[in-house]
Design a protein around this ligand. Structure first.
Ligand SMILES: [Zn+2]
Length: 125
């Protein structure tokens, strides 16, 4: 994920070095699905190639292909926590899936808080 401008201050000044070290540790592959950084992946599949034009002899002309860009995920979702055990190199697809589970959980908690607040106010009506 690109760092959102509003979160940039939460990252340490040496973030580029941290990022490079995690990518190196991962062998420049997604630590979830194994796809190499900068590979081309056939949209909606696990098929990938380093050569944009061909996958296993199949020409990709006309197929939707996504360029893999490894990102660094904070497993606790806290950008301030840059300990290597908290960081994973993930492709966009794996990072989105990982964050989606977290977003679903936090959205549920936000809705619950909203309902609880509503109950509090309703009690005084
Ligand atoms: Zn992946």
């Amino acid at each position: 994920m690109p760092i959102k401008p509003e979160n940039r201050h939460r990252y340490p000044a040496h973030w580029p070095d941290v990022r490079a070290a995690i990518l190196e540790r991962a062998g420049h592959r997604c630590e979830q699905c194994g796809v190499p950084n900068r590979a081309y992946r056939l949209h909606g599949s696990d098929v990938w190639t380093r050569d944009r034009g061909v996958v296993d002899g199949w020409a990709l002309d006309g197929e939707r292909v996504t360029r893999v860009v490894l990102t660094i995920a904070h497993t606790d979702h806290m950008p301030e926590n840059c300990h290597p055990t908290n960081l994973r190199a993930l492709c966009q697809r794996c990072h989105l899936a990982y964050d989606a589970a977290h977003h679903a959980k936090t959205a549920y908690q936000t809705r619950r808080r909203g309902r609880a607040l509503g109950d509090l106010f309703d009690a005084h009506l």
